[in-house]
Design a protein around this ligand. Sequence first.
Ligand SMILES: Cc1cc2nc3c(=O)[nH]c(=O)nc-3n(C[C@H](O)[C@H](O)[C@H](O)COP(=O)(O)O)c2cc1C
Length: 348
Amino acid sequence: MSSPEVIETTNEDDEMATTALEMPDFDDEAATTGLTAIRERPDLTVEFAKQLLTNPVTNASGTISLSSRKAVNLGQFGLLFTKTQGLKARLGNKGQRIWETPSGMLNAIGLPRLSLDDFIALEWPRWLELSQNLNVPVGISFAGESSVQFHDITRKLDRLEGVFALKANFGCPNVKEGLAFGQDPGLTYEAVKAIKEATDKPLVVKLTPNVTNIAEIALAAQEGGADALAAINTILAMDIDIEAGQPVLGNTTGGLSGPAIYPVGLRCVWQITDPKAGFKIPVIGIGGIDCWETAVKYFMAGATLVGIGTANFCDFETAGRVVAGIEDYCAKKGYKSVREIPRAKFPE
Ligand SMILES: Cc1cc2nc3c(=O)[nH]c(=O)nc-3n(C[C@H](O)[C@H](O)[C@H](O)COP(=O)(O)O)c2cc1C
C-alpha cells in the first residue's frame, strides 16, 4: 500500500506558479500540480514473520540498548532486537574491549548481561513499553551453551508478552562457546529443532561468517525449522600494538564490524538466499551498513530486511538516513515498493 504524501510548496514554487499564472497559454493542470503536489511515495512496508513492518531497517543486536533511546530516535527502525541474552549473568571480557580499525572496529565485549530472570523481570517490561510507545516491534536475541539450554531459555522467553520474534545467536566470536553452534551443521540443526520445539514464535537464526561454507550451516538451520536467517555476525580478527608488542584487545581476538566488512556480508547473503541452492526463508542482511547504497546492495544480494550495527555509534541518524535513501532510490527507479528492488543478475 502506498500512502500519498502532500508536499508543501516552497516560496520558490509559489514564485514559479505566479509566473506561470501570468503566462498567456497557462496550463491549469500543471499549475495545480505545482501548487500542491500529491505524489505517490514508494511503499516501504515489508512483511516479515507474518507481520507488516513500516520499513525494512532493523538494528544489529548489541548495538542498540534501552539507553540508546536518549540519543537515537528508535522510531526510525521498522523492527528492533535486544542484545543477546542468556541464562546466567555475565560481566563480559576483561581489558580493552573495543578498538578502531580502518573503516571498522574490533570488539571483544563478551556479551555482558543480566541473568535471564533479571532480564525478564527488569528489562523486558521496559522494552515492551518502548515498543508500544514507538509502535515498533521488538525481538529478543539469545544464546545458549547446549541444545538443552537453548530449549530451556526459549521456554522462558516464549511465555513473555509482546515478543515479536526470537533471534538465536549462533555466532559470537567473543565468548568461549560462542561459535560452536554456527560452525557445525549438525549442531545447528539440533539446536534449531530444540528451540522450535519450545516455541511457536518466529525464529531468526543469526549466522557467523567464520566458516568455510556458510550455505551448509544456513541450510541446516532452515531444515531445523528456522523462519528466517540473519547474516553476518562479526569476523574473527585482531590488531597488535607495536610499541607494547602485544594485542590491543584484552581477549587477544575480537570481532571486526563496520563498513570494512560489507563485501563479506553481501557474499554471505547472496549464498544463503540462492533459490537454486534450496533457500526459501527470508534473510536479514547485516554487516557494514552505514548508508542507503549499501542497504540497497544487500537487497540486491537477496536480503529482505537490513540491519544497522556499528554505524549507530558513529551517526545516531543512520537508520533515518538509510530509510530515506532507500525511499528516494525506489522513487527514482520507478519502484512502487521496496519489495520491487530486484536481485542482482548473477551469472549462472
Ligand atoms: C559492540 C557490539 C556488540 C555486539 N553485540 C552483539 C550481540 O549481543 N549479539 C549479536 O548477535 N551480535 C552482536 N554484535 C554483532 C552485530 O550485531 C553485527 O552482526 C555486526 O557488528 C556486523 O554488523 P555491523 O558491521 O553493521 O556492525 C555486536 C557488535 C558490536 C560492534
